[in-house]
Structures are given as C-alpha cells and as structure tokens.
Design a protein around this ligand. Structure first.
Ligand code: VG1
Ligand code: CO
Length: 543
C-alpha cells in the first residue's frame, strides 16, 4: 500500500464539544477538508493498529465520496479491518450496534440526520467510539484542539473501491469488508421483540404505514417489516434511499411527514403509522386520529415494556432530556425505578446506559431508544409499538387513552422559531436568564412559578457538570415552560420554546392540544417575550 503524507493547514471549523462536523456539502467539498478532520481523529485515538473500524452513512449526497476518503485514511493509519455497509449505507443505530458487535475501535457515521441533502444541502461526519456512542466531550475537545494544529495528513493511494457488492478485499495489510448493512441489526431486533406476535398482527386486518422519507431506513423496513414480518409492501412509503431525500426534509414530524399525518385523520386512516428520519434514529408514531407526542410514546413504552421479550425482566431506570415532557416521570414513580433528567443530546444518556443505570431513554425530538445500542433508534421504536399493540390487542388511540386514564395526560408542544438572527436569539435568552431569579413565586392566573432556573446537569456517572443547558420555568407539577437555543443547525439560530401542561382530571383527557396550551402559551409570551422580541407572530414550526 502506498501512503502519502499530504501537507495541509489547520482549520477551526469543528465546534468544540460536538461529536462531529455538520456543514453544507460545499464546505465538505473543499480540498483537504474532511481529511483534516479525520486526521485529527486518528491522532487522538489510542493505538489503532490492526483494529476494526466501521464506516457507513445515510446515503445522502457526498456519502460515496466521503467514504472513499475515510477508507483510504483508515488504511493509511494502520486500521486492520474496515467494515462498510453495502452501498455505503448504515443507519445510525445499526452503525452503533455494529461497533459494539465487532469490538471496533469506533466508527464514522456519515449523516446530517434530518437536515436536507443534495449539492445545496447538508453533510455531516461524526465519530462514534468503541462503546458505540458519541465521543466524550474530552475526546471531541481534543479533536478540536488537534484540528487547529495540523500540518499534514496520511492517506493511502488506492483506486476507487467498489462498495456496491458484499465482499472482502485485502488493500495491502488492511481488509476491506463490505457487508449486508441490515442483517446484524435485524437479528438484534428479533432478539428484543416477539416477531411471531407482530407477524400475526400484520397478517390480520391491521393496516399499517411506514414512511422512510427516502432516508436510510427504507431497506431496513423492507427487510424487517415486509420480508420478516409479512407487512404488505405497499405499507412502505418513500422507502427508496435517495441522495437528496427526494428534495424533502427527512424529519419525521407534523410538518415534514404531513402526508402521513393527514392520512391518519382521513376516513381510510391506518391503524398504525410511523416515520423515520434520514439516518434512521428518529421516530414518529401515529394512530387513527391521533399523533402520539414523543414524550407520551416514551412513557407508554416504559409502562408497557413487559409486553416485550427484551424488556420483560424490568427496567433498570429511565431517562429523558430536560425539555421532554414529564410523562415518563410518573411511570418511573409507579414502577418504582430511578428516573434521570439529562441535557438535550444523546451522549448524556450514553453514560447512564453504559453504567447500567437506565434501560429506556428518550427526547421530545422524536428520539427513543434503549440499552440495545448507543444511539436513538427509529425502527426499534416502531417494532416496540407493534409488539405492544400485538400483545394488548388494542389500537394506538385506545392504548394512549388507557395510559392517560391511568397516569393523567401531559399536553405538550414544541414551538420552534427558526432563522433568527444569532445575536438577537442570544440576547433574548440572556435577558430571560437575568429575569429568572425574580420569577420565583410570581403568579400568572392560576399558575404559580415554583422554580425558574438555568438547567445544570451533574452527571452521576462521571461526575462532570454541564451548565447552561436550557432555561426552565416550572409551575409545580401543573406546567412547565422551557426555552433553549438549538445546537444542531448549520445556519441561523433556532429558538425552541417547549410548553407542557398536566391534566389529571379524567374529564380533561380528550382536549385539543393547542387549545389546552393556549393559556400557557400566553404566559410564556409574557415571561419570555419571544414573539415581541423576534417580531414573529407565530412559531415557524410546531411539533
Ligand atoms: C436536536 C434535538 C435533540 C437531538 C439533536 C440531535 O438538537 O432537539 O433532542 O438530540 O437534535 O438529533 P437541537 O440542539 O437542535 O435542539 V439527530 O437526529 O441530529 O442525531
Ligand atoms: Co437523525
């Protein structure tokens, strides 16, 4: 193998503390750009010689080009075996699983998640470590540090490699293994869920739809839902992975999966509908005439986990991100298991998962998962739901009504204000932060502020502290308002306002969500002034 040392210059593009790079495609197309990032990563890892590395992505534009570069660099750094999904594909949860299964040193996951793709869209690379989870803050900081001091990178001189068929080739001391990206993941799902029961359900007059939004989960859904579980092929929508996701925004929510959502409120509504995002780690669940809010989904799955073989033995604990609705807290209380509240972002869950402190976790942003992998997992959530429905023999809406009758209901919405001027957004948050101490005890109609704080997390596993993780104004168990800025965008700022209101009265469980939250929304405006300060009369996205 011929190895070249290429001269380069440092760059400062990675945000310190983030697990990867997410940028416009044209940024990644700059000469040496990806190479620099990869070089910094290889330099920060312990001895990689002879180790296994996993590489794959969501199939978006530039996936193929980037994979070739990463393979050549991995080979040049002495990696012994590079495992790549056929066609360069691996869903994020499947990649995380493979890293663990193969005892790999880590893996490159190529995706910008739910962000649009194509020549004008976004691309991303993140490095997951040997546990299958995202790199620690220490490691990402070290990588950032290294990117600012680079002078050269190592790359193997190799012809373009054919990743379209499964095979093993020796690149000269380094084996390239092109694998079926689905098989191991499908086997994992089979070990967790009752496939017999789900198959019986899907063979019965049970009408389901799964929208892959032209992301990576299409082939996974075809193999698992159609081939293994006998769902009719027409149950799958947009199941062909496309480099530009068909021009869409592969984010499973009320705006971007609106055809699916509308179909659930139409006369021929399916019994069960779900969607996943570009890289397969998010999920949206719907029933006939009902959208299951992600916080509710987490709570319901936690409560009914004993319907599934994989979780029948009970849950060690559960975790949710701070802005996620407190519905799961009540379930944890009832089950008598610990409940953790973490900052937004999956890596906080990973510590708890690694330590065996939790079994299930989830975020309001359509992310749910368990200790079976170290990423959130879209199809896993779909199979979990199907398993529960098969065992309980009732529909999604019935099941949620039963849940609310037992636990009460957390009405919940997230309001996003996108494309804001960064300074304006930051000032707004600062002004609110400054006001927090004076809010405590203040009354807004029937609601009284019991706590107002800038959320700070103390990781019970590694003892680290993460400050400034979102502002929250709490009105006892009744209601909550949370405000934070998005950390995942590639352009202007996005402000997220989260509204949550608890209703324990059985006469109040069937209300319209927005109507139920209208009062709290007005209180939020009085406190935060988001609309006034941004000059917007409404959020740009409600989920
Ligand atoms: C968003 C979500 C957060 C999620 C993150 C990554 O972050 O709110 O819950 O963990 O995306 O998801 P932010 O900072 O924009 O609110 V994904 O599907 O890109 O791995
Ligand atoms: Co994603």
């Amino acid at each position: 193998m011929r190895i070249a040392e290429v001269e380069t210059r440092p760059f400062r593009d990675q945000k310190p503390g983030t697990a990867g790079l997410r940028k416009k495609v044209r940024v990644f197309q700059q000469p040496h750009y990806l190479e620099n990032f990869a070089q910094a990563i290889f330099e920060c890892l312990d001895d990689v010689t002879g180790r296994t590395l996993i590489v794959g992505g969501d199939g978006r534009y530039h996936n193929d080009v980037a994979i070739q570069t990463l393979i050549r660099m991995a080979a040049a750094h002495g990696i012994g075996r590079i495992v790549v999904g056929q066609g360069g594909l691996l869903s994020t949860p499947a990649a995380s699983h493979l890293i663990r299964l193969r005892g790999a040193i880590g893996g490159f996951v190529l995706t910008a998640s739910h962000n649009p793709a194509g020549p004008g869209g976004d691309f991303g690379v993140k490095f997951n470590v040997a546990s299958g989870g995202q790199a620690s803050e220490q490691l990402t900081n070290a990588i950032f540090e290294r990117t600012t001091r680079l002078s050269r990178y190592r790359i193997a001189r190799l012809p373009p490699l054919d990743l379209s068929r499964r095979r093993e080739v020796d690149l000269g001391g380094c084996i390239l293994e092109v694998i079926d990206p689905i098989a191991d993941y499908a086997a994992l799902m089979q070990s967790l869920f009752d496939f017999e029961a789900i198959r019986a359900l899907l063979r019965s007059p049970f009408h389901m739809r799964f929208d892959a939004m032209h992301g990576v989960t299409g082939p996974y859904a075809r193999r698992i839902l159609v081939d293994m579980l006998d769902a009719p092929p027409q149950a799958l929508l947009r199941s062909e992975p496309l480099a530009d996701f068909g021009g869409g925004h592969p984010d499973p929510n009320l705006r971007y999966a609106d055809d699916l959502v509308r179909s659930c409120f139409a006369p021929q509504a399916p019994d069960f509908a779900a969607a996943s995002d570009g890289d397969g780690d998010r999920n949206m669940i719907l029933g006939r005439g009902l959208f299951v809010s992600p916080g509710d989904s987490l709570a319901a799955l936690a409560r009914l986990a004993d319907c599934t073989p994989g979780y029948r033995r009970g849950l060690a604990g559960v975790a949710r991100s701070m802005p996620t609705s407190r519905a799961v807290d009540l379930v944890a209380q009832r089950l008598g298991i610990p409940r953790f509240e973490t900052p937004t972002g999956w890596r906080f869950f990973c510590n708890l998962l690694e330590a065996g402190r939790i079994t299930l976790c989830g975020e309001e942003s359509f992310g749910t998962s368990s200790d079976h992998t170290r990423e959130k997992d879209g199809l896993w959530a779909v199979l979990f739901w199907l398993n529960v429905l098969a065992v309980r023999g009732i529909g999604v809406a019935e099941l949620m009504r039963e849940h609310w009758r037992t636990m009460g209901r957390h009405y919940y919405r997230r309001h996003d204000y996108e494309d804001l001027d960064e300074d304006l957004a930051r000032e707004l948050l600062e002004a609110l932060r400054a006001r927090l101490p004076r809010l405590r005890g203040e009354r807004f109609g029937a609601l009284q502020v019991t706590a107002a704080e800038d959320f700070e997390y103390h990781d019970p596993v590694d003892g680290s502290t993460s400050a400034h993780q979102g502002l929250r104004i709490v009105f006892g168990d009744e209601a909550r308002i949370v405000v934070r800025l998005s950390g995942t965008g590639t352009g202007a700022a996005t402000l997220r306002l989260y509204l949550e209101r608890y209703e324990g009265d059985s006469a109040e469980l069937e209300g319209d969500v927005d109507a139920k939250l209208a009062g709290l929304s007005r209180v939020a405006e009085r406190i935060t002034g988001v609309r006034r300060r941004t000059g917007r009369d409404q959020p740009s996205l409600v989920t």
